[in-house]
Write a protein that binds this ligand. Structure first.
Ligand code: PBG
Length: 341
């Protein structure tokens, strides 16, 4: 018997053989495309730290979503750049603001598209936090402000109901307040939106990968007396996996329909752990910093952007993600379906 006896290479000889034994598939319909809805008309503001990503007025956003749809992207998630910001983020549930307007326009003009909306306060508050600020200990002078959990819940619920009313197919809370999935579920049900699913950003980590997004959404925490300088008081510590499973279990118990882990690639162990323990569909969010790193290396000619982008999404799928949220959605869908634009 010639050595070696085992020859795994036999099944790698041709592309047809490789395709036959491939364990994971990546399809355009697995991808969700984040888009930034801005006020105005014919607005296409490039985001400096995210080449290829724009703040889009509703007319431009619909055209972009249509182009994505033609490349095979069947789902978008919307973020808002509102016309006004205040301490409690009241523009978050204002029907005349870009997100509800974009939802209505998309449902009308691209009816086959699944329209998700991000539900959070950071884009709408003037201090940039994901909830309402209040002094850490009432009556203690000079103490810092904290994001108050229970004052924030009804505001998130109002925002989710406003998005459902506009026609959103899925609402996706990303704020990391305790109890928000339950609060949103209850508000949706009481308003007649029992059939609108919730995709919870169940395990969202307070890491350094969201910087470019905060440029895109103009949502970085503002510097000021007493204002927390980061989101570590509500988003998770990157060191924790057991806590991530607890967060997921709570969201499942509160009625989440889809789960998400965010960021994606540095957190694929979390994706795998969640996949092994929970039955709900699972999304991974390939976030702005991950996107920017690929773009930057590609711009220098140091990596092959197309191959790295496709491989990245495939690896998210292999780790256990059913869906991948990515700024590369249209591009990768185009590569997969042979439609380049
Ligand atoms: C809103 C929100 C953020 C992201 C998605 N929803 C920003 C944040 O938590 O600061 C980040 C997405 C990305 O970086 O691509 N809370």
């Amino acid at each position: 018997m010639p050595f070696p006896q085992e020859r795994p290479r036999r099944l790698r000889r041709t592309e047809a053989l490789r395709a036959l034994v491939r364990e994971t598939e990546l399809a355009p319909s697995d991808l969700v495309w984040p888009l930034f809805a801005a006020p105005g008309q014919r607005v296409r503001n490039p985001v400096k730290t995210m080449p290829g990503v724009f703040q889009l007025s509703v007319d431009e956003l619909v055209a972009e979503a249509q182009a994505g749809y033609e490349a095979g992207v069947r789902s978008v998630i919307l973020f808002g750049i509102p016309t006004r910001k205040d301490a409690t983020g009241t523009s978050a549930w204002d029907d005349g603001e870009p997100v509800p307007r974009a939802v209505r326009a998309l449902k009308k003009d691209v009816p086959g598209l699944v329209v998700m909306t991000d539900v959070c306060m950071c884009e709408y508050t003037d201090h940039g936090h994901c909830g309402v600020l209040k002094p850490a200990r009432v009556g203690a002078p000079g103490t810092d402000l904290v994001v108050d959990n229970d004052l924030t819940l009804p505001l998130l619920a109002k925002e989710a109901v406003a998005h459902a009313k506009a026609g959103a197919d899925v609402v996706a809370p990303s704020d990391m307040m305790d109890g928000r999935v339950g609060a949103i579920r209850k508000a949706l049900d009481e308003s007649g939106y029992q059939d609108v699913p919730i995709m919870s950003y169940a395990a969202k980590f307070a890491g350094a990968f969201y910087g470019p997004f905060r440029d895109a959404a103009e949502s970085a925490p503002r510097e000021g007396a007493g204002i927390p300088k980061d989101r570590k008081g509500y988003q998770m510590d990157p060191a924790n996996v057991r806590e991530a499973l607890r967060e997921v279990a709570l969201d499942v118990a509160e009625g989440a329909d889809l789960l998400m882990v965010k960021p994606a690639v540095p957190y694929l162990d979390i994706v795998r752990a969640v996949k092994e323990r929970f039955e709900l569909p699972l999304a991974a969010y390939h976030v702005s910093g991950e996107y920017a790193m690929i773009k930057a290396a590609a711009e220098r000619g140091w990596i092959d952007e197309d191959r790295v982008a496709v491989e990245t999404m495939l690896c998210c799928r292999r780790a256990g993600a059913d869906l991948v949220l990515t700024y590369y959605a249209k591009h990768v869908a185009g590569l997969l379906s042979g439609v380049r634009r």
